[in-house]
Ligand binder design. Sequence first.
Ligand code: PMV
Length: 289
Amino acid sequence: MITISTPGKLMLLGEHAVVYGYPCIVTTVDKYLTVKVRKISEEQDVILTPGVSDDKFVREAVVVFRNKFSIKQPIHLETKSELGNYGLGSSAAVTVAILKTLAKLFNVSLDKRELFNLSYEVVKKVQRLGSGFDLAVCIWGGTIYFDGKSKKVEKLTDEKLPIVVSFSGSKANTVEMVNKVKRLKDKNSKLVEDIFKSIASLVEKGKKAIFDKDWVTLGKLMTKNHLLLKKLRVSTDKLDRLVSAVCKAGAFGAKLSGAGGGDCIIALVSSEKKKQVELTIEKAGGEII
Ligand code: PMV
């Protein structure tokens, strides 16, 4: 039996722009998705996927692996997730975890880049779009700078970041939101390109702030990023309310995280303000994760 866990993720800076080749900064969370797999003598695979809302990624990952390495041996595969349904990247985590467990089970050696390429093949087959940022952070871990064009990864830190996460109460649909931005870009390409460039500049500054552990600056960059995402029309009233409430309560800064239209906000907070920020989130109807 092979068991492997991969972490969930949160986008710190750069969502949407990264789909168009700009960079982003993404971090892992200390919650995991676990895959257990073993060979079986039955004729067909047994695949159990509790905690995974969309099992298309699971099935496609198995198919891609089998085709790539010409493996027919039936398997028993089971998932277990701590990631919930909050947009913490369970599809990416399960894709990476399955490919990793299968590689180990069948003695196939895959380095990080090969694992990324194979995982990205799965995501493109299931979802057709996506930058791959979530796969990269599951594979490299910690906090990374990810280039949307070259798909290159630069590790920024493995240290914990002082983040509070709140679910807004509604689920985001990534594909829908990416298509929404595409429609806006088709209609007004200059405006959207300018927003992407501004986001990319926040990402560059964010990279330096993380190296310097300058949370005041990083917080300001996050709030600016949120305002740009608002201009891309991917925020919601609830996300805006949560962001502004936590900033008033003393967070260094805050933003929606991910595609928008729901899911989570993240707030960067000092340990002194953490309690106050959490109380404010609860009062504003957010759920602390
Ligand atoms: O919805 P999430 O949390 O998977 O984030 C999507 C981030 C996008 O930049 C909008 C899409 C992508 O694949 O980069």
